[in-house]
Ligand binder design. Structure first.
Ligand code: BES
Ligand code: MN
Ligand code: ZN
Length: 498
């Protein structure tokens, strides 16, 4: 989709559809909607008066232009109550409107920078949000559908009308970088497990490195053994697919230091292993590498935005399958940092591979560590599908992550890390065991990870509930969400600023 900034009046634009807005509770059209209303001899006013247009958030009313404007159709979109409008609603509304128009066969769309000037929303943020909304909302994953669709087309052109043009053009470029990175992660996560193997993840990372000039290293089994990565090797030993440890680096500053390590869980399929999961919904576990995909995708955006900072993404990638060679409940393994782990449940595998990856981040001397993982069903029980869970040893870094999440609409809620929770992880015969008791599972998982952090400022993000969705809503479509790519990019930008 081509997205461009256009100066001039929306009413003068030739397009398949132009988008104007209406706020809930307003008696008459305003701004662009008023101009269109005038050209259409009060058509919008009449619909408002009749109650057909209420202005409720995401309500779309389509008017056919009786030849008085260059555009073929006018979509009047509800933005809800004016006082409650925020940037995330703009993203969602543009997404819903674009999907609606695509369904009507519209191929070119123009809109003003919806929301600009309202509740302190700046025009560049509005234009960026519209760009993100359009690209994220129109995302599809159809590569395995052989029947080509002919009824629902594609929006090929999206115009944002306003000024100054340079500001809009820059905002569009930024929105595109963020949304396309998130959509890359979505593609990775939606890909089924038979294609998205650890080897495929490594190859996709190699391609990114070449395309964006990033540094890459992929460790194989031999190297893992040399480094003592007993967690990753242990989880992978039940699978026929070789594990990979992906190290992708963005270098934006002259220093040799790693300013931030982004660690992502890369379980390309989680059957649970010998502690096998129930078969219902097991297929969802093809997405258990969403954390890994998100940290790789973050580097795509950084390579284009070029902040002055060095960031390394680390992804331990493997399948978790049962077999005659698989880890068994009760086995003891040794992580890269030398700690021994009693594996009482082979389905708590994410923390085992992260133990090595976090140890590796420590070895790199990373100044800050953020890990992202579809780690626990318990986090989903606690927070539902609305927020990602945050767990940390450092409030300053956590505040930055949460603030970045608020900007992007990828909501994050912090959960406690009291040492009392750690008691559940005491093992009688090893340094630590990999499961706690029945309750507080998201927190005990985080306390487990903390054992491999040793004081470095660190935030763990549990995206079990937020990495995919079964509902189409706002800029989310069914399947992978791309969470928390846009947030991670913002966090890194804020770290680079200081
Ligand atoms: N990948 C799962 C967590 C998960 C569950 C993510 C549902 C997304 C949706 C993880 O490896 C897992 O199986 N965790 C166990 C841990 C338990 C055995 C301590 C869980 O949450 O049940
Ligand atoms: Mn598991
Ligand atoms: Zn898992």
């Amino acid at each position: 989709m081509e997205i461009k900034a256009v100066t001039g009046e929306l009413t003068g634009i030739k397009a398949g559809a132009i988008i104007v807005n209406h706020f809930e509770g307003m008696k008459r059209p305003d701004g662009d909607a008023a101009a269109v209303d005038k050209a259409l001899d009060g058509a919008i006013s009449r619909l408002i008066k009749q109650g057909d247009i209420k202005g409720k958030l995401n309500e779309v009313t389509l008017l056919h232009n009786p030849g008085k404007l260059p555009a073929s159709r006018i979509a009047v979109v509800g933005l809800g109550k004016k006082k409650e409008l925020n940037i995330n609603k703009v993203r969602g509304t543009i997404a819903e409107t674009c999907r609606y128009l695509r369904g009507k066969g519209v191929t070119s769309v123009a809109t003003g920078a919806q929301g600009a000037g309202i509740n302190g929303i700046k025009i560049d943020d509005a234009a960026q949000a519209a760009t993100e909304g359009a690209l994220l909302g129109l995302y599809t994953f159809r590569r395995y559908i052989t029947k080509k669709e002919n009824n629902s087309g594609e929006i090929k052109e999206f115009m944002i009308v306003g000024q100054p043009k340079v500001t809009l053009t820059k905002a569009i470029a930024r929105g595109r970088i963020l949304a396309e990175a998130a959509n890359w992660a979505r593609d990775m996560v939606n890909e089924p497990g038979n294609f998205m193997t650890p080897t495929h993840m490594a190859e996709a990372s190699q391609e990114l490195a070449e395309k964006y000039g990033l540094k890459i290293e992929v460790l194989d089994k031999e190297k893992m053994a040399e480094l003592g990565m007993g967690g990753l090797l242990g989880v992978s030993q039940g699978s026929q697919q070789p594990p990979k440890f992906i190290i992708l680096s963005y270098k934006g500053s002259d220093s040799d230091k790693v300013d931030a390590a982004l660690v992502g869980k890369g379980i390309t399929f989680d059957s649970g292993g010998i502690s096998i999961k129930p078969s219902e919904k097991m297929s969802d576990m093809k997405g258990d590498m969403a954390g890994g995909a998100s940290v790789l995708a973050t580097l795509i955006a950084l390579a284009q935005l070029k902040p002055t900072i060095n960031v390394t993404a680390l992804v331990p990638a493997t399948e978790n399958l049962p077999s005659g060679t698989a880890l068994k409940p009760g086995d003891i393994i040794k992580a890269m940092n030398g700690k021994t782990i009693e594996v009482l449940n082979t389905d708590a595998e994410g923390r085992l591979i992260l133990a090595d990856a976090l140890s590796y981040a420590k070895k790199l001397n990373a100044k800050a560590i953020i890990d992202v993982a579809t780690l626990t069903g318990a986090c989903m029980v606690a927070l539902g599908n609305t927020c990602t869970g945050a767990f940390s040893n450092n409030q300053e870094l956590t505040n930055k992550v949460i603030a970045a999440g608020n900007e992007t609409g990828e909501l994050i809620w912090q959960l406690p890390m009291f040492d009392e929770y750690k008691e559940q992880l005491k093992s009688d015969i090893a340094d630590i065991k990999n499961i706690g008791g029945r309750y507080g599972g998201a927190i005990t998982a985080a306390k487990f990870l903390e054992e491999f952090i040793n004081g470095t400022p660190w935030v763990h993000l549990d995206i079990a509930g937020t990495s995919d969705t079964d509902k189409e809503k706002g800029y989310l479509v069914k399947g992978a969400t791309g969470v928390p790519v846009r947030t991670l990019v913002n966090v890194i930008l804020s770290l680079a600023k200081k």
